[in-house]
Design a protein around this ligand. Structure first.
Ligand code: PMP
Length: 429
């Protein structure tokens, strides 16, 4: 085992006795990180940098699973939150920040006429589905992407343990950029579909007409169209992917980056649908909690006034162009690909000879961590990343690609590993 991660390993051992999987979040758990060559616990972070409990420093390209949009421990955001702490956080009455932040979202997001807050992306996607069912008086839901841990969604995945069959039977999955799979479900469940909820984009850009077709069909069939913009909101453009792709859904959900790490999500959309919130039940003690709203208040100002999305996209374009050059230089195009939007791009690996994609990914993580890069294959950019951070990432990639090329040539990828190979994981994208 590497000496770099001794404190992480020790803490993991302790955590596993007290906490199932040793973490609150599946994507931060030991399932994602090759054992013995990975950090497991963070100590602190600032800007684009993070330190693990062993004191190792990394440029962070995971960024709190995209909840960090502006940067860790941002002074403006921290100051706004500190000021709010002095006045209290959760009250016996509603607070003006709820109104202020809702108005800012209405100003920024094309579909937003009214807004309700929650704490997690799952709160908002689940509220959107309940609203859609109430509005249409229908039950079936079509899904495309990841939408959180609640029964109505997770029952449609391979992680459906504990979800009643009757609930599972109400959710149907269609494939991104595959209109035939969408049209088939529309045909098979005619007059029964309440909502289509989808990530407007994750790894692939939408093909011409894909989102527009779904918009048109949902309109004609009295189906509520929901864009799950938990990640893309305030990232792809200030108004989210709906603004970038010029397709306006009936409802949208934002989360992650709107609070820059403070827990906040929002469901928003057409007034005639949103007013049904008064009749369904969607309510939480902490949904109007003001430290997160104070953070979001600053985030939304920055997103609107500081060209955050343009900056991140430009940096991401620089990264992707140079990464593709490095892949070409080592002639690895058949093994390594870069996909996704510049603000949230991914590197993917294919099997090559007798080397599996998981062996290659395991080696990638081992080597990137060693080089002070925290990534599990995505480049989740924030406003705190600079060209220098991207150049450091590219330098680490260059060294990894040289090693990969040589190891593939020698057929000895596993000989380069100081750990077991990652096991196939629950995957929805
Ligand atoms: N929708 C999308 C698109 C997401 O990426 C996530 C979180 N990964 C969720 C919903 C659920 O959000 P949360 O984990 O905050 O409940």
């Amino acid at each position: 085992m590497s000496q770099r991660y001794v404190a992480s390993e020790k803490l993991l051992e302790r955590a596993l006795k007290a906490i199932p999987l040793g973490s609150q979040t599946f994507s931060k758990s030991m399932t994602q990180f090759p054992h013995g060559v990975s950090p497991y616990f963070a100590k602190k972070a600032k800007g684009a940098q993070i330190w693990d409990v062993d004191g190792n420093e990394y440029i962070d390209f995971i960024n709190g699973l995209l909840s960090i949009s502006i940067g860790y421990a941002n002074d403006d955001i921290n100051n706004a939150v500190k000021a709010q702490l002095e006045n209290g956080v959760t009250f016996s009455l509603s607070h003006s920040l709820e109104v202020e932040v809702a108005e800012k979202l209405i100003d920024l997001v094309p579909c937003a006429e009214m807004v309700r807050f929650g704490k997690n992306g799952t709160d908002s996607t689940s509220a959107a589905i309940r609203l859609a069912r109430a509005y249409t008086k229908k039950d079936i839901v079509l899904v495309c992407g990841y939408h959180g841990w609640q029964d109505w969604y997770i029952g449609s995945t391979s992680r459906s343990l504990g979800v009643p069959e009757v609930t599972r039977s109400l959710t149907k999955v269609f494939k991104y950029n595959d209109l035939q799979s969408f049209d088939q479900l529309i045909h098979d469940y005619k007059d029964q579909i309440a909502a289509v909820i989808m990530e407007p984009m994750n790894v692939e850009f939408p093909q011409a007409g894909f989102l527009e077709h779904i918009r048109e069909v949902t309109k004609n069939e009295d189906i509520v169209m929901v864009f799950d913009e938990t990640i893309t909101g305030c990232r792809f453009s200030p108004g989210g992917a709906q603004q970038l792709f010029n397709v306006t859904p009936d409802l949208a959900t934002f989360g992650k980056g709107i609070g820059n790490g403070f827990p906040l999500s929002a469901v928003m959309g057409r007034k005639d649908i949103m007013v049904l919130m008064e009749d369904i039940f969607y309510s939480g003690t902490f949904a109007g909690e003001t430290s997160s709203l104070a953070a979001a208040n600053v985030v939304l100002d920055k997103v609107k006034n500081d060209k955050v999305c343009d900056y991140i996209a430009e940096l991401g374009e620089y990264l992707i162009a140079n990464l593709k050059d490095l892949i070409d230089k080592q002639d690895l195009q058949k093994v390594v690909r870069v996909v996704g939007h510049p603000s949230w791009s991914f590197i993917t690996f294919s099997d090559c000879g007798n080397a599996t994609s998981l062996e290659i990914k395991t080696l990638y993580m081992q080597e990137m961590f060693k080089h002070g890069i925290l990534s599990f294959g995505s480049h989740n950019l924030s406003f705190s990343h600079t060209k220098e951070h991207i150049d450091a990432l590219l330098k680490a990639y260059n060294e990894f690609f040289v090693l990969l090329k040589r190891s593939l040539g020698n057929g000895d990828i596993t000989a380069q590993l100081d750990c077991d190979v990652l096991v196939p994981l629950f995957k929805v994208r």
